[in-house]
Design a protein. Structure first.
Length: 518
């Protein structure tokens, strides 16, 4: 794999000064031409823009993102009271008994960071069950009506890999974390087919506006029928690499699914396994307890089970992608991969999703075990204050892109949208500055910043490598898919602070313009 030359002409990005047109045939990049020299209907004039390989988001949730656009948005609420007022305002005209869904609350941004309660929501929506997902998706805030519908009370045991938060009388307070959320979600009516497909279309429009031409989708196989229908209607404008939940592994094996099966617009991706929780609710599994507590997080998938999943998937030619945020979870995945390499067919390009904190002893192991670090730069700048508070001095080893690069590990970047914005430009800015809104002035642990070329590679050829598609996409190479984005400036030639001022001019997938922002 050529990870450095992403432009077929000796330049990394941008375009040669005398080549302003791209010639495409049947969705494949054919040639570059001086302005006015290209002919035929599949000629795309770059104008004064700068062309880059289409951006690939290596980790997001399309269906969740699309559906969230119609839910109560709590991302800007700075207190529990602000959240409940937003719920009250948006449910005034809702029929009694209808579920209220929302997402985005983040107690770590509140002046009082205590978990909110069911009583807060009871007052905001007295006639409706309410379920509000936290910003990271690892905690659910519900009211009394939702708890009653799900049959959750003081006698309900905590499920394996989850927790029902309780008061001193063991009564549920209205917060469920990790697997405990499923008992509520099982009660919420599934969206109709029309609603699902509208949500996917809306999400694809958002991706096109950000220059994204391919995604590695965590909702993937759950919306396979929707993608098939949209493809038949000619309405797929993004290429999907579809993850499947670990609970589907037996079915995938019996039906002989293989990673990479599919076509240019929808392919089977990895089996996704949750090994731990998240930083926000303190459920990421840690080698040492969180600062000032005895809590070391939650192991969602026990080591023996994880070992078994990776061996079975690898023997069935299925890639594995393991959600691991805490340093204990990262080590657990590395141990499982190492064991699988000794006991059966070596795992093919195994991935750790997030790797938000990695013990320094484990950083070289990713390269040694051929494990891909699939990371989301904006998580760093969104979570840095939480990381300092909950991890203390260990936060130095969080979001270690530069250390992983020095160790020659493969990097693939994404957004985890809708947990974060799907803006690639925001991700690039976070990766090269480790700042949010310009702060801290020198960046947060700036020794882990990467240069713009490295960040761009992680969003293009690195992400393509993570799906085994580096021979088809990820660089501007003759014979590869004609997926590219045109920007109004050369990212490699501007100060980092100008990255967020960059404008997406065109997004092209297979030679078809899917977004025109000129």
């Amino acid at each position: 794999m050529n990870r450095t030359n992403l432009f077929d002409g000796g330049r990394l990005y941008g375009r040669p000064a005398d080549e302003r047109c791209i010639q495409v045939e049947n969705g494949i990049l054919q040639s570059f031409h001086p302005s006015g020299m290209a002919t035929g209907p599949e000629k795309i004039d770059l104008g004064n823009g700068f062309v880059y390989p289409g951006f690939i988001d290596a980790h997001l949730h399309t269906l969740s993102h699309g559906l969230s656009l119609d839910q109560v948005d709590l991302t800007t609420c700075l207190s529990a009271e602000a959240c409940t007022e937003e719920v009250r305002r948006q449910t005034l005209d809702l029929l009694e008994g209808r579920w209220v869904e929302g997402r985005g609350w983040n107690r770590n941004l509140w002046e009082n960071p205590a978990f909110p309660t069911r009583e807060d929501l009871d007052r905001a929506a007295p006639g409706n069950p309410v379920a509000l997902s936290s910003i990271d998706g690892h905690a659910l805030w519900v009211n009394s009506a939702a708890l009653e519908i799900a049959g959750i009370n003081r006698n309900t045991p905590d499920p394996s890999g989850g927790q029902i938060l309780r008061d001193t009388g063991r009564n549920p307070v209205g917060i469920l974390v990790e697997t405990a959320m499923e008992s509520i979600r099982a009660q919420i009516p599934e969206p109709t087919t029309d609603v699902r497909r509208r949500a996917i279309r809306n999400a694809m429009k958002a991706y096109a506006r950000e220059g994204i031409t391919s995604v590695h989708d965590c909702n993937g196989m759950e919306m396979a029928d929707d993608l098939d229908a949209l493809r038949e209607d000619g309405r797929l404008s993004v290429r999907f690499y579809n993850m499947l939940p670990a609970s589907w592994l037996t079915r995938a094996m019996s039906e002989h699914w293989r990673t990479g099966n599919g076509d240019a617009f929808a392919r089977i991706g990895p089996v996704k396994v949750f090994t731990d929780g998240a930083l926000g609710p303190n459920t990421a599994a840690m080698l040492e307890p969180y600062e000032g507590s005895n809590n070391s997080g939650v192991i969602v998938t026990e080591q023996d089970t994880l070992n078994d999943i990776i061996v079975k998937a690898s023997n069935a030619d299925l890639q594995v992608a393991c959600h691991a945020i805490g340093d204990l979870a990262v080590r657990s995945v590395l141990d499982a991969v190492e064991g699988a390499r000794k006991s059966g067919k070596p795992p093919w390009r195994p991935r750790i999703e997030h790797a938000q904190i990695t013990h320094p002893d484990d950083i070289p192991r990713l390269k040694e075990l051929d494990v891909i670090a699939s990371m989301q730069p904006v998580h760093c700048t969104s979570d840095m204050q939480m990381a300092d508070r909950f991890w203390g001095e260990r936060a130095r080893w969080s979001y270690t892109w530069r250390s992983l690069q020095r160790a020659e590990s493969a990097l693939a970047f994404g957004s985890d949208c809708p947990v974060e914005s799907c803006s690639v430009l925001e991700g690039l800015y976070a990766a090269v500055t480790r700042k949010r809104h310009g702060r801290p002035a020198t960046g947060w642990y700036p020794e882990e910043c990467v240069d713009i070329n490295t960040a761009l590679q992680a969003y293009t050829i690195g992400a393509a490598y993570a799906s085994g598609e580096e021979d088809e996409k990820g660089s501007l190479t003759i014979g590869k898919m004609a997926d590219f984005v045109v920007l109004d400036r050369a990212l490699t030639e501007i100060p980092p602070e100008e990255i967020l001022q960059t404008r997406i001019m065109l997004t092209v997938v297979g030679g078809e313009v899917v977004y025109d922002g000129r």
